[in-house]
Design a binder for this molecule. Structure first.
Ligand SMILES: [Zn+2]
Length: 146
């Protein structure tokens, strides 16, 4: 399992109502959390960008993932694994990444399930992601998975 393997794959992202609970588990409505960031607003903090990227995985929004990936480390395309369902996000640690910072680290666990019925499997991705801010925009640099 990887959050960012490169392969040729394309699909239309799902959409959510602004009043739906945001997939990133913030407890906020989508329209007040990751929705505006997915629509192109700058994320104010590294954590908010990380949350929006989780939500992009949840919704299948590869364009947002590519747009928010640092050009130096960005893959050409992203394979979103159609059969993987992202089932939860827990932010465990945030290092810097605030509105006055130019770099930040977010440690998180993202849970997933794959397959159906008796063959269903699941797990959790634990990653320490690095972000940098250029101007008003945070971007994802890379992550260590353990
Ligand atoms: Zn959110």
């Amino acid at each position: 399992m990887s959050f960012g393997s490169a392969a040729s794959h394309r699909r239309v992202p799902r959409r959510l109502d602004a009043s739906a609970v945001c997939p990133c588990d913030s407890g906020l409505p989508f329209g007040e959390c990751c929705g505006p960031v997915l629509d192109g607003d700058p994320a104010p903090t590294a954590e908010r960008l990380m949350r929006s990227r989780y939500t992009a995985f949840f919704l299948g929004d590869a364009q947002h993932l590519l747009r928010t990936w640092h050009p130096a480390t960005r893959p050409d395309t992203i394979d979103l694994h159609d059969d993987v369902r992202w089932t939860g996000l827990a932010i465990e640690q945030v290092g810097a990444g605030g509105t006055e910072d130019t770099s930040g680290v977010v440690v998180f666990t993202a849970s997933w399930e794959q397959g159906r019925g008796a063959s269903a499997t699941g797990g959790a991705l634990h990653e320490r992601s690095r972000f940098v801010r250029r101007g008003a925009r945070w971007s994802y640099v890379d992550g260590e998975v353990d």
